[in-house]
Design a protein around this ligand. Structure first.
Ligand SMILES: Nc1ncnc2c1ncn2[C@@H]1O[C@H](COP(=O)(O)OP(=O)(O)OP(=O)(O)O)[C@@H](O)[C@H]1O
Ligand SMILES: Nc1nc(=O)c2ncn([C@H]3C[C@H](O)[C@@H](CO)O3)c2[nH]1
Length: 209
């Protein structure tokens, strides 16, 4: 492929769809650097899955502040010559918060979110990965993180449709939507190459030729 590749690519989509898989495989194939979400550090996450109402605010604040910190570091690094690939958009924080927080919590949350979001670097292209609910549940089960095993399918479905709605109206950057039901990016090298070609065609100032 002789195309000019996008410099900063974000991969998004609901829980278990395969974001991290795609990002790490792209990073291997294109010697890119990664900006991966650090969810293991969130001390509230396992409790959140036990009792969402009680732990939602702490969980969302922790994700918001730690992602902000990570984006701040990323913005200061010299990207020259190297592609960067991330498994989240900053707005992910706000999407989850809108699902999990009550009205009072959300209005307090927004005061912080609206200040922080202005500083965040914008990708050249966003890849939105999709899959039906049963496929997501299957991947989450197969991955086997203990605290996710009793995830309410209704929660995952609300998140899935929130992502679909959000990207239907998304205009901030070029967008590529990919149904992953029958594509296994963890094994299929050609699928990964095709994905990068499509992303390059989408991004401004680049060409997939
Ligand atoms: N296209 C695919 N086909 C089949 N299995 C996949 C595919 N992509 C990822 N998987 C598998 O599904 C599971 C979830 O993938 P992954 O951890 O990459 O999802 P994620 O979107 O990053 O999840 P999270 O939102 O929790 O961070 C993993 O076990 C992975 O190996
Ligand atoms: N409540 C909540 N808010 C977020 O911003 C958020 N981002 C990720 N997650 C959960 C999904 C996976 O279990 C796990 C890894 O993505 O962390 C979140 N949960």
């Amino acid at each position: 492929m002789s195309s000019v590749l996008p410099r900063y690519i974000v991969v998004e989509g609901p829980i278990g769809v395969g974001k991290t898989t795609v990002v790490t495989r792209l990073a291997e194939q294109y010697k890119a650097r990664t900006v991966l979400e650090i969810f293991e550090e969130n001390p509230f996450l396992a409790n959140f899955y036990q009792d969402q109402e009680r732990y939602a605010f702490q969980t969302e604040m922790f994700f918001l502040l730690s992602r902000y910190r990570q984006q701040e570091d990323f913005a200061q690094e010299d990207l020259f010559g190297r592609i960067a690939v991330s498994d989240y958009l900053f707005v992910k924080c706000r999407l989850f918060a809108s699902l999990t927080l009550n009205d009072h919590e959300l209005s307090l949350y927004d005061r912080m979110y609206n200040i922080l979001t202005t500083q965040v670097p914008k990708p050249d292209v966003v890849i939105h990965l999709t899959a039906p609910l049963d496929v997501l549940l299957g991947r989450i089960k197969q991955r086997g993180r203990s605290y996710e095993q009793n995830m309410d399918p209704a929660y995952l479905e609300r998140l899935r449709s929130l992502y679909n709605q959000f990207f239907q109206h998304y205009e901030d950057t070029p967008l590529l939507e990919v149904d992953t039901t029958d594509i296994d990016f963890s094994r299929d090298d050609q699928a990964l190459t095709n994905l990068m070609e499509m992303a390059a065609k989408c991004a401004p100032g680049t060409s997939g030729q």
